[in-house]
Write a protein of this length. Sequence first.
Length: 380
Amino acid sequence: MSGFGIYVHWPFCAAKCPYCDFNSHVRTRIDETGWVEAIGRELEWTAAKQGDARPIVETIFFGGGTPSLLQGASVARTLDAIARLWRTANDLEVTLEANPASADAARFADYRAAGVNRLSLGVQALNDKDLKLLGRLHDVAEAKAALNLAMTTFARVSLDLIYARPAQTVAEWRAELREALAFETEHLSLYQLTIEPATPFYGLHKSGTLKIPDEELAAELFEVTQELTASAGRPAYEISNHARPGAEARHNLLYWRYGSYAGVGPGAHGRLDVGGTRVATQSEKLPERWREKVRRDGHGMVETSEVSRGDAAHEHLLMNLRLTEGIDLAAYRARWGTAPSEERIAALREDGLVAVNGERLSATPRGRLLLNRVIAALSD
Ligand SMILES: C[S@@+](CC[C@H](N)C(=O)[O-])C[C@H]1O[C@@H](n2cnc3c(N)ncnc32)[C@H](O)[C@@H]1O
Ligand code: SF4
């Protein structure tokens, strides 16, 4: 099977970016010790829910929000709590998401000493005009300094960029992506800008003030991304994720291979395998309400429900098809007793959206860009 990982959500940021709809909040004063204690209680609740048959933890991911606002001691306490509650793998992967505006050498060294062995840095753009437009608190010089610091501190580094930005041309993106690739990080997450409801960008886009590339240009930018990353030895292994082969994010692979994971912290969700059933967990999103619930009930979960076999099979298909490697239909059939029909696969194949190699079904790059269409066509 695909292993077990733990996601820890830190819901605070120094400022809210106008495009972002992640569960992230700006607060003037944060009682960090109290929040970290509450995360510890939710970890205890999760371990108790799994009972004696607790799986070995293979990956841990501190996401956010901005987990790099945390002190090293808080990360260490959380990792200690996990090690007390679960057995951890010898090659445990521990990732922390960092924002260049909160990167400093002493803090990075503390994270490494605490056990973080992979850093994911939110660079977003390599020109000052767009960093401003994206509402970021850092400039290019700070982003590059943070990247260099990350690469001298951690064995494994990933960087995030957002492309298909307003007024971005193919030539500009080529130059910027080349510059990013020259850092030779083993991993890059390259996201097309999406306009999310209830963000300032949504209103600006609706009123016509903020124009983003049309579908055709966005597809061209996606193709350029595939081409440049592949020729730099960092091919796509998922829609937006690129790595040197062997350096994929194991935590994210676990989601996409439909492994099981716990999610703790405000708004985190999880998929636990308890006594042969898949249990979905979803915790309260608003940090203060989440914390009050943890104080009262020992956890902040607002939903823990069994995932029906039909829904689980659908999720499995959806997650696997995000990956370049696609889905092993024989294993899928053995697990769920069903698989997409040959006629449906053939129709998508004719449209150039999927490829078949023995028992492996995968979406082509164009199919990954139109994944909702592919999934809808493969399902009922
Ligand atoms: C939780 S953030 C990463 C860590 C840190 N908070 C930061 O922003 O630097 C996750 C990533 O999602 C991406 N992201 C967030 N909102 C997005 C949007 N609307 N469109 C495209 N990418 C987005 C950004 O690249 C961001 O780095
Ligand atoms: S720093 Fe990251 S999580 Fe926070 S608002 Fe910006 S993109 Fe969202």
